[in-house]
Write a protein that binds this ligand. Structure first.
Ligand SMILES: Nc1ncnc2c1ncn2[C@@H]1O[C@H](COP(=O)(O)OP(=O)(O)OP(=O)(O)O)[C@@H](O)[C@H]1O
Ligand SMILES: [Mg+2]
Length: 407
């Protein structure tokens, strides 16, 4: 659904300017925050990549304005009537007024996503979800008088491929929103692609990323494929790699965050190879959560998410399907469900290719036929999917978990 956000954004910006002119910097900052949030929703609706990037950049600039206002940067000038930088108050439709802000900035902007994954979209993993919620709650709740509760800012997810690590990170970022209508900001960094594409610049990208994440606080930085960034420092490692590592360590230690207790940037790292991580980095992570292959009860919940919740009916009880998918990861279960349902739909709708030949009108008139899924459907799909993670490999994760707990 396309909402017209143009007007609300314009109104928020007008309000910001008005508040600024009447020296109400706090209200101006809030109005900029609102404009930034609306603009980032607007970015999601963009049909072209260029428009999307332009809007994301504007959103970040509005947020930066809010940040500067709150930090008192404008108040110090003693000239509240000084005009805000022109670009900040332009309407969203106008283009060209906003400087690109350099390549690094736009690379970082491109990493920004808005996740709409919720806890309910993730089957099982109740303990992990709870652990994360505890970490968030303890950090974001009000501190008791005269007691300083330590903040949780670094969580590592490890485990076999396809078990829900990325999903969990996305749901976490969704939970870190400040309100219903405020989209959360989630920086999804696939390390290997950042490393290979911008190798020389990786360290700069990382600093810029954390700077931006602080500007959009509360936010979540998700470092996927973490082992490719923080492999052990043995032979063959280059100056650039060392620089990346030291930048990361200082960001993880929150050097620049010090003195700003109001900011919250949660780093979530994910890896399939925790044993390859540099010990210095590893020791920074206050929580290390194993995301294992799903057990039978979890498989049943995942199957229900991908079948029942999508409206499919099955003649085979879910408990039996959970048995059939023993050893599967969440991703393999999702693929299994897709095989089963598309197989059934193809069988029930042989005439679709012919209708497509006859033109769009004919296709549009056709309503896709479905039927209840049966044992043969599931058996056929199960023959196609071979679990990637063996029991021995799963055992290695459990052993690693025990080894770090003993430390
Ligand atoms: N617990 C789960 N509940 C529902 N769906 C799941 C679950 N785990 C995995 N899936 C499905 O598998 C897909 C892949 O999951 P996800 O990307 O979170 O795995 P991952 O652990 O990050 O894998 P990798 O280590 O390969 O990055 C999801 O998009 C989802 O459809
Ligand atoms: Mg992942």
């Amino acid at each position: 659904m396309e909402l017209d956000l143009h007007e609300p954004i314009k109104r928020a910006l007008a309000k910001a300017r008005q508040a600024y002119e009447s020296k109400d910097l706090d209200r101006a900052a809030s109005a900029y925050e609102k404009a930034a949030n609306l603009m980032s929703l607007y970015a999601e609706q963009a049909t072209g990549r260029e428009a999307e990037q332009r809007r994301k950049r504007k959103s970040l600039e509005y947020r930066e304005m809010a940040h500067k206002l709150r930090a008192g940067e404008f108040a110090e000038r003693g000239d509240p009537a000084a005009p805000l930088p022109e670009a900040k108050a332009t309407a969203p439709g106008s283009s060209g007024a906003i400087p690109a802000g350099g390549d690094i900035k736009s690379i970082v902007t491109n990493l920004m996503v808005h996740a709409n994954v919720t806890w309910e979209d993730i089957g099982g993993l109740d303990d992990s979800k709870n652990e994360i919620k505890f970490a968030l709650g303890m950090t974001l709740a009000q501190q008791p008088d005269h007691v300083k509760v330590a903040a949780w800012t670094k969580i590592l997810f490890y485990g076999p491929p396809g078990t829900g690590k990325t999903l969990l990170a996305a749901a976490t970022s969704n939970a870190v929103r400040s309100g219903e209508d405020v989209p959360s900001v989630f920086y999804n960094v696939k390390i290997s692609s950042v490393l290979s594409k911008y190798f020389g610049e990786s360290s700069k990208i990382l600093s810029e990323l954390y700077g931006t994440a602080r500007d959009t606080s509360p936010s979540v930085v998700f470092l996927d494929e973490f082992e490719s960034l923080c492999g052990r420092r043995d032979a063959g490692d280059t100056g650039a790699e060392r620089r990346i590592l030291s930048t990361l360590l200082s960001e993880l230690d929150g050097m620049d965050q010090k003195g700003r207790p109001d900011l919250y940037v949660l780093t979530i790292a994910a890896t399939n190879r925790p044993w390859d991580l540099d010990p210095a980095v590893l020791s920074r992570f206050e929580k290390k959560i194993l995301i294992p292959l799903p057990d039978a009860a979890t498989r049943e919940r995942i199957l229900r998410i991908h079948l029942e919740r999508k409206g499919y009916r099955t003649a085979v009880p879910y408990a039996e399907l959970a048995d059939l998918t023993n050893g599967y990861s969440g991703r393999e279960i999702e693929r299994f469900c897709k095989e089963v349902t598309t197989g059934m739909i193809e069988e029930m709708n042989h005439d679709i290719p012919r209708l497509v030949d006859q033109g769009l009108d004919q296709v549009r008139k056709h309503r896709i036929r479905v039927r209840e899924l049966n044992r043969e459907d599931f058996d056929a799909a199960a023959r196609l999917i071979h679990p990637q993670t063996t029991a021995a490999e799963m055992e290695r994760y459990v052993r690693w978990k025990e080894s770090v707990q003993e430390e």
